[in-house]
Design a protein around this ligand. Structure first.
Ligand code: T46
Length: 134
């Protein structure tokens, strides 16, 4: 499974650094929602779901964490540890987030509003769904 990363252009000068995120420019969709995850302890794992329609870009704007990506055929793990890198998670990818550093802020941009019916939160249901929707 190819890991889809975006390297954001850094606008840096002697005052520090700035990154701008723009829909349909360096973010490959219309941004309908932004949320961020912080204060997760290092031993905690989150996620454990896939999405039917929602596509997202995950950015570790502070600290680091790891992401497991699973398309039902293969699994990949990636560490996010840079505010200038974004990880695209498309629909139909089971994902889990783990190994959060104490200062981790995981910022997520999504192309849809929050909708619990878009989630598949059971792994067996995920495998059945992707095999039915090939
Ligand atoms: C994802 C990963 C990367 C809302 O009310 N609105 C929201 O926009 C979101 C994202 C969540 N919630 C509620 C739903 C739950 O009651 O916040 C609570 C925690 O959400 P959840 O258990 O789904 O959190 P994670 O960290 O397991 O997953 C989140 C996103 O939900 C998910 O879409 O891809 O981060």
């Amino acid at each position: 499974m190819p890991i889809k990363l975006i390297n954001f252009e850094i606008k840096g000068d002697e005052r520090g650094k700035l990154i701008a995120l723009e829909e349909n420019k360096n973010i490959p969709f219309e941004i309908k929602r932004v949320y961020y995850i912080y204060g997760t302890e290092s031993g905690v794992r989150r996620g454990f779901h896939s999405h039917k329609k929602i596509e997202q870009v995950l950015i570790c704007t502070s600290g680091s964490c790891k992401i497991l990506l699973d398309d039902g055929h293969s699994k990949e793990n990636i560490e996010l540890n840079s505010p200038h890198q974004g990880l695209i998670i498309t629909k139909d990818i089971w994902h889990e987030m783990y190994d959060f550093s104490p200062n981790c802020v995981l910022t997520v941009l999504a192309n849809q509003h929050y909708d619990e019916s878009d989630y598949i939160r059971n792994y067996a249901d995920f495998l059945a769904y992707i095999s039915q929707n090939k």
